[in-house]
Structures are given as structure tokens and as C-alpha cells.
Design a binder for this molecule. Structure first.
Ligand SMILES: Cc1cc2nc3c(=O)[nH]c(=O)nc-3n(C[C@H](O)[C@H](O)[C@H](O)COP(=O)(O)OP(=O)(O)OC[C@H]3O[C@@H](n4cnc5c(N)ncnc54)[C@H](O)[C@@H]3O)c2cc1C
Length: 534
């Protein structure tokens, strides 16, 4: 039986200590932390894991330099610590990158003040990365002639980090680690309602969106990790909270790679907000916007596109201005911004904090995670464990470290094994060093098994979908261990193929059919149709 089917079977057959509703970053880390510490945990998502906000971020794990402007020093310190913890524990995935920042003449702060701010930021971040560097107009011109200098006063460069694979893959890493620790998780399962039973536990009615069936899941405690849908879920569950969510829409456009340099080009857009050009493999991801909206929407308007394209065109010396025809893929999400109380009259959108808040009802054994960032995810996992313990649910392995890549010795062993096994002889698409680093980054210790598969059958090292980097054995891995239920789950979230290739290109790619046969067997045809119809 496939992983998803087995897990759905198990969901209704036992009482869990905790049921988590929502498999974005907040739900995923809660599941990884609780299950690793021995708590009997279940997690469901109405769509695929990370299908909402957590797949639409800027892919940065950063301390939030911009929040210094609001004097949110404690938030910046917290985020920097969160970021540093991620770098230490996920050295293959969370990587330092330079932010090459240009400041326009007449900007609301003099360049020297912002320059001092970057030093403050560096110190708040425990001086853990390369220190900032001042950039004169001359330096910018010499190093990145792509940047228009007519209106530039100068600039500076500082370090933060980015997620090497995409954000959704990062989230799946936590789901996978929760599954490894015995968590029962399933995608495309929606929580319809939850009721307290006479014994004090929760019964949650859920719907399987693939089969249409409904069934119950019993749990002692319930976690609402529904991201932007947290308030609407609480309404359905008849839970009232002091905190609630406001929505800010942000979009990114993905275009052909704009600069060969591996760094984030940073500007202040026409609305005064930070504006990024972020490397994404052979592409560049440009954004973002910050638009108040009244519901979680995925709709990108013509105005949104125009804002991003106009800003890029006005800041860069491009041979040809970017137009809509250059857009390869788009990303759109709403930031769940948490506020306390009712009033929104005084709300200054730019100043709304990106903090997370966890509101707890100990009597009901219920908690809601509001807001937050990918960067802060390890703290959320830790906090949730503390709260669950306070609710009286035993945590058998309280001190167990629930996060982190396998240690560096294991990585060195893997890299050595790939070398002596002469992976080079099997791969034509990329160097064996690059391939083995990628396999380690994406699959951790499981990468040893992939090496074995290649040893048994060299075809496993062949790129299956032409134009992408994914090799045949990765498709087998996705089929058996990554709960790929729809083709979009693989193309958009387990891999980033849908972000770097146009839909028409993917449709024509040789190997797509075979990939789908591996993923879905007899259902390959209908899954392809479902994806390209959407
Ligand atoms: C444009 C943009 C850029 C950003 N950039 C960054 C960045 O660079 N760095 C950073 O750290 N953060 C960034 N963020 C913030 C970050 O992405 C979010 O704060 C984070 O992803 C929120 O995660 P979440 O788990 O709370 O919500 P989500 O990822 O939205 O997850 C909630 C999940 O709950 C599920 N769900 C909802 N209702 C139900 C139900 N009834 N039953 C079952 N499942 C349900 C949904 O399907 C969804 O998968 C950015 C956000 C945006 C929008």
C-alpha cells in the first residue's frame, strides 16, 4: 500500500496525543518536533504540504534588516538567532548569500545611516557572517554594471541566507523527518469541524479530497496551523481568540537569469520597500509586493505585474526592458500578519510586525499558531513542545534534538562513497561532485540508498524530464517517500521544475510521461491531464 493510503488508514484507527491542522512551515515543524520527542502526532493538510503561503516566500532565512527601521530590535535579534540556528543545523540547505544593495539619492535615510544600520544588523546577528562592505558608485559600476547609477547615491553589501532548494521543499524536509519519527501525516485531507468529546478529547471530522470520503480523527489536543486560514478555521471550530490575522499579498515573477553573479540585488522600490532580484538556479526571482487584501488570494493582477516589471526596468540597465512575455513562472501568497484586538484603523501596513504568536487554551487543549516566518521555524517547534507539555501531555524524550541534517562525518562519508564509486561515469548532465552534493542536500542519509540504486542500474542516474536536473532514482524516491499525490506536488513543491520551466516546455518535455508512470502508475494519463487543465 502506498504511504498516503497507509497513513489515511491509520488516521482513523487510534487516538493521537496531538492532531495538527495545516502542513505549512508552522505545522511541519510542530509535527517534526513533537513526533521526534515521542508524542503520538498526526498532521493533515487540505491540499498538499506547503501548498499555501509556505511555497510563495522569497526563499530567504533572514534576520529582517528592514525591521530595524521600526526599532523592532528584539524581533531582529530573535530572527537573526533563528537564522544562525538554521545555518548551523542545515549547512547544506541554508546558505549565506550577499545582498548587494543600492540606495537612491534623496532616499528617506542618508546612505551613511543605512550603512551604520548594516553594521548594527551584523552585530545583532552575532557577527556570524561576512561583515558589511560599503559600495561607492564607482565600485557598483565596476562590479555590477547592470545597476543603473543615474539616481544612485551609493550602496552597501551585507550577508543573510537563502534556502538553496525552494521553500516548499524545505517544509517537506520537516514533514519527512516527522514521518521518520512515526508521525501519521496525509495531504489532501481537510478538517471540516472539531468537537470536544465527553472524555475531554477532540473528534475532528475530515474529508479526503482525493476519494471524497469523510472520517473522524481522535486526538487529546488540537493545533490550528492553518496559516492565513487560521481565523476561518477557528470560526468553524467555534474558538475565539485575542489574536487574528491580516493579509498582505506578495508576488514574485521568475524570469531568465539577469546577472551571472550569485548574490541578491537589493533596491528600495518605488513604494520605499525592499525589492529583491534573487538567484534561482538558471533563473532570477524578482519581487516582492506588499498589498493589503481582505482574503487569502492567489490572484496576481496586471497592476502587480506592472509594479514588479516597472521597478526592475527602472533600476537596471537591461538590453531590452522586461515585459510580461519574459515571465516564466509567478508566485503569489498572502503574509499572515498577526494583530491583537479588534481595531485596524491605525494599522500601518509597512509597520505591521512579522512576529508569530501562539495563543493557547489550556483547558480545551487547543492552540493556534498565528503569523511568523520560515526563518523562525525552529523556535516555533520548540515553543509548541513546551505548550503541549504544559497541557499535561507527556513528552517522553524531552531533550531529544529534533532538527538538523545528519552530521558532517556522515556527509563526508557519502561524498567519499560517491567519489570512489565513480559517479562521474554514470552522469552526463552535471559533475558528480555537484550531483552528490545535491542528493545529500535533498535526501540526507537516504542519499546512500540512491547511490545503491545507481550502482544496481546505471539508468537511475539519467535525467528523466529533459531540461531539468532530476534523475530517475529521485522519481522513485518521490513515489515511495514523498507522498506525491498530484503532478503539481512533484513539479512545484518536491522539485522546483514548475518554477524554472514554462508550462508549455514541461508539457513537451520528453520523459514527462515516463516520470508520471513512475509516480502514478496506471493513473499517469489522468494526472497529466489534471495538471495541464488547471
Ligand atoms: C510574498 C512573501 C514572501 C515571504 N518571504 C519570506 C522570507 O523570505 N523568509 C521568511 O522567513 N518568511 C517569508 N514569508 C513568510 C512565510 O512564508 C510565512 O509566514 C509562512 O510560510 C507561513 O507558514 P504557515 O505554516 O503559518 O502557513 P501556510 O504555509 O499557509 O500553511 C497553512 C496550511 O494550512 C492548510 N489548511 C488551512 N485550513 C485547513 C483545513 N481546514 N484543513 C487542513 N488543512 C488546512 C493550508 O492548506 C496550508 O497548507 C513570506 C511570505 C510571503 C507571502
Amino acid at each position: 500500500m502506498k504511504l498516503r493510503a497507509t497513513n489515511i488508514y491509520k488516521l482513523s484507527r487510534t487516538t493521537y496525543d496531538v492532531l495538527i491542522i495545516g502542513g505549512g512551515i508552522n505545522g511541519a515543524v510542530s509535527a517534526a518536533a513533537l513526533s521526534a520527542k515521542g508524542v503520538k502526532t498526526a498532521l493533515i493538510d487540505q491540499g498538499d504540504f506547503a501548498c499555501l503561503t509556505s511555497q510563495e516566500s522569497s526563499n530567504l532565512a533572514w534576520g529582517g534588516i528592514k525591521y530595524l527601521e521600526n526599532f523592532e530590535f528584539s524581533l531582529v535579534r530573535k530572527l537573526c538567532k533563528g537564522r544562525n540556528r538554521l545555518i548551523r543545523n542545515y549547512p547544506s540547505t541554508v546558505k549565506e548569500i550577499r545582498f548587494y544593495t543600492t540606495v537612491a539619492k534623496g532616499f528617506r535615510f542618508p546612505t551613511i545611516l543605512i550603512w551604520m544600520g548594516t553594521w548594527l544588523y551584523w552585530m545583532i546577528g552575532s557577527c556570524s557572517m561576512r561583515c558589511p562592505r560599503y559600495l561607492s558608485r564607482k565600485t557598483i559600476h565596476a562590479e555590477e554594471p547592470l545597476i543603473k547609477l543615474e539616481h544612485a547615491a551609493g550602496g552597501f553589501e551585507y550577508s543573510d541566507t537563502y534556502l538553496h532548494d525552494n521553500d516548499a521543499r524545505f517544509v517537506f524536509g520537516f514533514i519527512r523527518s516527522a514521518l521518520n519519527s512515526g508521525c501519521i501525516a496525509a495531504n489532501y485531507i481537510e478538517a471540516l469541524k472539531s468537537d470536544k468529546d465527553p472524555q475531554g478529547g477532540w473528534t475532528t471530522r475530515v474529508k479526503n479530497h482525493i476519494s471524497g470520503e469523510t472520517f473522524n480523527i481522535e486526538s487529546k489536543a488540537l493545533i490550528n496551523a492553518a496559516g492565513p486560514l487560521a481565523d476561518s478555521l477557528n470560526n468553524t471550530l467555534r474558538q475565539s481568540t485575542l489574536h487574528r490575522i491580516l493579509f498582505s499579498k506578495g508576488i514574485h515573477l521568475i524570469v531568465n537569469r539577469i546577472t551571472e553573479h550569485h548574490r541578491v540585488l537589493t533596491f528600495f522600490a518605488s513604494d520605499g520597500r525592499l525589492f529583491f532580484l534573487i538567484p534561482m538556479g538558471v533563473r532570477t526571482c524578482i519581487g516582492t509586493t506588499d498589498t493589503p487584501v481582505d482574503h487569502p488570494t492567489k490572484e496576481i493582477t496586471a497592476e502587480d505585474r506592472e509594479f514588479v516589471l516597472n521597478n526592475a526596468n527602472s533600476l537596471l540597465n537591461l538590453k531590452e526592458p522586461l515585459t510580461e512575455a519574459d515571465i516564466i513562472a509567478e508566485r503569489c501568497g498572502v503574509r499572515p500578519l498577526v494583530i491583537k484586538g479588534e481595531s485596524t484603523e491605525e494599522t500601518d501596513w509597512m509597520r505591521l510586525s512579522r512576529k508569530h504568536a501562539i495563543e493557547v487554551d489550556r483547558n480545551q487543549k487547543f492552540l493556534t499558531i498565528f503569523g511568523g516566518k520560515l526563518t523562525d521555524c525552529l523556535n516555533v517547534g520548540d515553543e509548541v513542545c513546551e505548550i503541549i507539555k504544559d497541557m499535561g501531555i507527556p513528552i517522553p524524550f524531552q531533550r531529544y534534538k529534533w532538527y538538523g541534517e545528519p552530521d558532517q562525518t556522515a556527509k563526508m562519508h557519502f561524498m567519499h562513497q560517491a567519489r570512489v564509486f565513480r559517479l562521474d561515469d554514470f552522469t552526463s548532465s552535471e559533475s558528480s561532485e555537484k550531483l552528490s552534493s545535491r542528493l545529500w542536500r535533498r535526501y540526507g542519509s537516504e542519499a546512500f540508498k540512491l547511490l545503491e540504486l545507481i550502482q544496481e542500474d546505471p539508468r537511475q542516474a539519467e535525467v528523466l524530464i529533459k531540461g531539468t536536473e532530476y534523475i530517475r532514482c529521485e522519481l522513485h524516491e518521490a513515489t515511495h517517500r514523498e507522498m506525491v499525490t498530484k503532478l503539481e506536488d512533484f513539479l512545484r513543491r518536491r522539485s522546483k521544475i514548475a518554477l524554472i520551466e514554462r508550462k508549455e516546455t514541461i508539457k513537451k518535455a520528453s520523459g514527462l510521461r515516463e516520470a508520471c508512470e513512475i509516480l502514478f502508475g496506471g493513473e499517469a494519463e489522468s494526472k497529466i491531464e489534471e495538471y495541464f487543465k488547471a
